[in-house]
Design a binder for this molecule. Structure first.
Ligand SMILES: [Zn+2]
Length: 798
């Protein structure tokens, strides 16, 4: 659920005059190389924090100036003896490991054939100074036309991607100290790859590569980390602008185009802000912006390369007539429209850009007052309590208001039938489509249960469809049951974690095989509404798939009312916590409803998915530690993010529960909610909190080993137990050996050995495994009835 955090403070001494933003953006987009600025160079050096680039010998050409500044250069080694080199050393083992997985080396030290540099800082001054200082460097006009022709198209294509970002920097002027620096390198070994220094990210340094695989385009993040100076002097990000009090008036046209006017209050922390960045789904075009009623300039453009890394949100800029001043509140009014609603057939609709159909900047809690106008033969549901509902001619007008601040305002529409359940002070309103979408008809193939993370901009993947014996299933047959079940899940969780994000929860269908849990509004796969999982009558559906659609998905999305919408994740590295907690809350509910066996079916299914191998023979689990978050969804193993986040995340909670015991584990969840309500939590904060709930005399009192292994590491071991009992009662001694295999030498886990003493009496011996067999011994008064290794799935193992 991470919308990229934009932390931008743009200081500008002068107001931006009409059209200035668009002019600069156009100049960036249409820039080319300056044939008077071509040199043959030796031993130049560009250092940007952790990125070191050596232009040893070759040709260098600068771009023409934009807004008085040169913003690009190309260095080519295409000359006898030409050479260049780039060096990037990640600061920790995890990042070195990540880099090695993609680039085959833990430290990047690569000879390059060419590099395109984009910059808004002092890179030009640095380079031109070095050129002048060494008489061996000379102008090379003979190469200028060749380089210009070869590289100007590349520059323009990069310019199209980076125009908004570069325009922001250029408008900030030389006073703004820190600037974007990006290098697009070509090397013989690694092909084309990017190194970026972006001062507006929490992790300023990033290396990665565009890769096409499985007919999909990926941006593989090789490594990402805070820059040297940010590591030495960590400073909290200034989150500008601050947005509050959303009032959105949206009209759904008969062709499903959404036209909206969004009004919000904007304040800034920076002393003066001339250009204000926002983001919105790329399907939405922002046609007009007013600041306190005065028209402002808007710049919105496609940036395909950045979008891939930013999850599909478009950055756009607003330049008010006067710069914004700190301490003043401004009223922004955005006019935007676009196609975010789709029809899946037979009056079944879905919303594509569920979390970013309105302008935002990062994810912050805010109140929403939403008015929707839509064709009266349809129904539209959204977050909040209904304060108005009327019909004007052919139009229905519904106004809703949130009773507490939320981070997303979703909506959904269709031809719905409702079932309402009130329980324990909460209202659950479940809507079902009257009809089944056409794609749920012919062809036998089983869906892979997936969930689309909130804020991520993927449209539902419509699976090919399923075989149904006639008559086809009816999407209304399970409506009442589903309403009761969501209400039960809500009650179950409220009794453990406290009240949900909002007291009113609407549940709405979405075609595809996923769900999404927004505050006050769930989207559930249309499959959840069917009585018999497609395929079950043919015996094709695994028990876990059926459990997923019948029980887990709705409970998981319900659990997001707490995890992700009350407590939130600090960064992309901590987002796994929200998913793991939501999924494990759903599994706790499943266990209560259907018994421990059902929980075990799900856990074993997750284990099998983690152990699945790719063509190279590597398990999905080995793709990387869970804290890499969405970086795990790479061209190397597209399944990894989903499988590890949900599967391994659930196992981590299951293992913690084993270490803590049931009561302490539940107390931990309640305390997490209490202590981090409406706050961010990081993985480390969760570790320390969990450690407070360990039983006394734990061998891992801060859970460091546990987190090192399962959260920050990879590996799933095989464990074997052998044991003997010697002596005569009542002086018996049980001696056992636990042998671990299939993992790295430094792997260690705490394994429970259960000893059944007499009917109903058991004791558990925890054994810390190691690379060598580990022995243990226990004094017993009578011979044990049974000795077994981890009989209750307290350890993820083969
Ligand atoms: Zn989720």
């Amino acid at each position: 659920m991470v919308r990229k955090l934009l932390a931008l403070a743009w200081l500008l001494p002068f107001p931006v005059h009409g059209g200035a933003v668009a002019d600069i953006a156009r100049a960036v987009r249409e820039n080319s190389f300056d044939r008077d600025q071509c040199y043959r160079v030796r031993d130049l050096r560009v250092v940007k924090e952790d990125i070191k680039i050596y232009l040893t010998y070759g040709y260098l050409i600068f771009s023409k100036p934009v807004a008085g500044r040169r913003t690009a250069a190309v260095f080519s080694t295409d000359v006898e003896g030409g050479d260049g080199e780039v060096i990037l050393l990640p600061p920790d083992r995890a990042e070195r490991r990540s880099l090695a997985a993609f680039a085959d080396t833990p430290n990047l030290n690569e000879h390059i054939r060419a590099v395109v540099l984009l910059f808004t800082g002092d890179v030009y001054d640095q380079l031109i100074g070095q050129i002048a200082a060494n008489p061996a460097n000379r102008k090379a006009p003979e190469m200028a036309p060749i380089l210009d022709e070869e590289w100007s198209p590349v520059l323009r294509s990069l310019g199209a991607s980076y125009q908004i970002r570069l325009t922001l920097d250029l408008l900030a002027g030389p006073a703004h100290a820190d600037h974007l620096f990006a290098g697009m390198f070509r090397s013989t070994n690694l092909g084309t790859f990017d190194l970026i220094y972006d001062p507006d990210n929490i992790e300023q340094i990033m290396a990665g590569q565009l890769a096409t695989r499985y007919n999909r385009l990926f941006f593989d993040v090789w490594t990402s980390f805070p820059s040297r100076s940010a590591r030495q002097h960590p400073t909290p990000l200034v989150r500008d602008p601050q947005l509050a009090d959303y009032r959105i008036d949206a009209t759904v046209a008969p062709d499903l185009t959404l036209n909206a006017i969004s009004r919000l209050k904007v304040t800034v922390k920076a002393a003066s802000l001339a250009v204000v960045p926002f983001e919105i789904a790329r399907e939405m075009s922002v046609t007009e912006v007013r600041v306190d009623g005065v028209p402002a300039e808007v710049l919105q453009a496609e940036s395909p390369r950045l979008n891939l890394a930013h999850g599909g949100n478009d950055l756009f800029l607003v330049a008010p007539a006067e710069p914004l001043r700190a301490g003043r509140e401004y009223e922004f009014e955005f006019h935007h429209s676009g196609k975010v609603i789709y029809e899946a057939g037979d009056h079944v609709y879905y919303v594509g850009s569920r979390g970013n159909w309105y302008p935002a900047n990062g994810l912050r809690f805010s109140n929403f007052d939403l008015t929707f106008r839509f064709p009266r033969d349809l129904d539209l549901v959204s977050v909040g309590d209904t304060v108005e509902d009327r019909t004007e001619g052919f139009t229905r007008v519904v106004r809703r208001r949130t009773s507490a601040p939320v981070r997303f305002a979703g909506f959904n529409l269709g031809d719905f039938v409702h079932a309402k359940v009130e329980r324990g002070g909460f209202v659950v309103d479940v809507c079902a489509n009257r009809k089944l979408e056409p794609s749920l008809q012919p062809h036998p193939s089983l869906p892979q249960p997936i969930e689309v993370d909130a804020g991520r901009q993927r449209r539902p993947v419509l699976e090919p469809g399923y075989t149904f014996e006639p008559p086809p299933p009816n999407p209304l047959e399970r409506l009442q049951t589903l309403a009761g079940e969501v209400a039960s899940a809500m009650e179950f969780m409220a009794s453990r974690f406290g009240p949900p994000a909002l007291p009113h929860l609407t549940v709405s269908p979405i075609p595809g095989t996923f769900g999404q849990g927004f505050p006050g509004l769930l989207y559930l796969s249309t499959l959840v509404y069917l009585k018999n999982m497609p395929g079950t009558h043919t015996g094709d559906a695994p028990a876990s798939t059926e459990l997923f659609f019948q029980d887990v998905l709705q409970a998981h999305e319900t659990a997001h009312q707490w995890w992700g919408n009350r407590v939130t994740a600090a960064t992309y590295r901590d987002n796994w916590l929200m998913e793991a907690l939501a999924n494990y809350s759903a599994l706790l509910y499943l266990e209560k409803r259907r018994g421990t066996h059902s929980l075990e079916i799900m856990l074993l299914n997750y284990r099998d998915s983690l152990l699945a191998k790719n063509e190279a023979g590597q398990t999905v689990d080995s793709a990387g530690p869970i804290v890499l978050g969405t970086r795990l969804e790479s061209s190397q193993e597209p399944r990894a993010w989903r499988t590890i986040t949900y599967g391994k995340g659930s196992w981590i909670m299951q293992m913690l529960r084993g270490r803590l015991g049931d009561d302490r584990f539940l107390a931990l969840l309640a305390e997490t909610m209490k202590r981090y309500d409406h706050k961010d939590i990081s993985t480390e904060q969760f570790r320390l909190l969990a450690a407070e709930f360990l039983p006394a005399k734990s061998d891992d009192p801060k859970l460091q080993t546990f987190f090192e292994q399962w959260v920050y590491g990879t590996g799933i071991p095989t464990m074997k137990l052998s044991w003997t009992v010697k002596g005569t009662a009542p002086n018996l001694r049980l001696r056992g050996t636990v042998t671990q295999s299939g993992v790295d030498k430094d792997f260690t886990a705490t394994v429970p050995v259960e000893i059944v003493l007499a009917k109903g009496r058991t004791m558990t011996q925890w054994v810390r495994s190691a690379d060598v067999p580990v022995t243990f011994s226990v004094a017993l008064k009578a011979a044990p009835l049974k000795v077994s290794l981890d009989p209750h799935y307290a350890l993820l193992r083969k």
